[in-house]
Ligand binder design. Structure first.
Ligand code: HEC
Length: 130
C-alpha cells in the first residue's frame, strides 16, 4: 500500500515538473515576442504592427517599405528553415539577404531565447519549414 502511495506522489511530482517546465518556456517566448517583435510583426504576428503599418493605427507616419514577415502564414514560413530564422533573429535581415529593417537581436536575447522564439514562430505558423 505504502509503495503505491509513493508511486502516486512521484507521478504527480513528474507531472508537475513537466507541465511547469513547459509553461515557463511558453511564457518566456511569448513575452519576448510581445515585447520585442509585435511593434513590427503585429500583436497577432500577421506583419502589421504599428511600426510597419502606422496608417492602420491613424498614426501619420509613412508605412515601412518592406512588410515584416507574416508569422502566421504557413506558406511564407514554410520557405524558411529553423536555421534561416535563427540567423535572421540573431544577426538581422541583412544576414539572410533580406531587409535591414529586420533588426539583429543577438546582443539582446540569448541563444536559448532565440531558439525558443524559433519554436514559438513554428507554433504561430503551424508549419514545419523546409
Ligand atoms: C523594426 C521592425 C522589426 C522588428 C522589431 C522585428 N522584425 Fe522581424 N522582420 C522585419 C521586417 C521588415 C522583415 C522582412 C524582411 C524582408 O522580407 O526583407 C522581418 C522578417 C523577419 C523574419 C523572416 C526572415 C526571412 O528570412 O524571411 C523573421 C523570422 C523575423 N522577422 C523574426 C522576428 C522576431 C522573432 C522578432 C523579435 C525578436 C522580430 N522579427 C522583430 C521587421 C522587424
Amino acid at each position: 500500500m505504502k509503495k503505491r502511495a509513493l508511486l502516486l506522489a512521484f507521478s504527480f511530482l513528474l507531472l508537475f515538473v513537466f507541465t511547469g517546465g513547459y509553461q515557463v518556456w511558453a511564457t518566456m517566448a511569448k513575452e519576448n515576442y510581445d515585447w520585442y517583435c509585435t511593434q513590427c510583426h503585429g500583436l497577432k504576428g500577421t506583419g502589421d504592427g504599428p511600426n510597419s503599418r502606422p496608417s492602420k493605427y491613424d498614426i501619420k507616419q509613412p508605412d515601412m517599405s518592406v512588410t515584416p514577415r507574416n508569422h502566421r502564414s504557413a506558406e511564407d514560413m514554410n520557405k524558411l528553415s529553423d536555421e534561416d530564422m535563427r540567423l535572421a533573429i540573431k544577426d538581422g535581415g541583412k544576414a539572410v539577404s533580406k531587409s535591414a529593417l529586420m533588426p539583429p537581436f543577438g546582443k539582446t536575447l540569448t541563444d536559448k531565447e532565440i531558439e525558443d522564439l524559433v519554436k514559438y514562430l513554428r507554433k504561430l505558423c503551424n508549419c514545419k519549414g523546409k
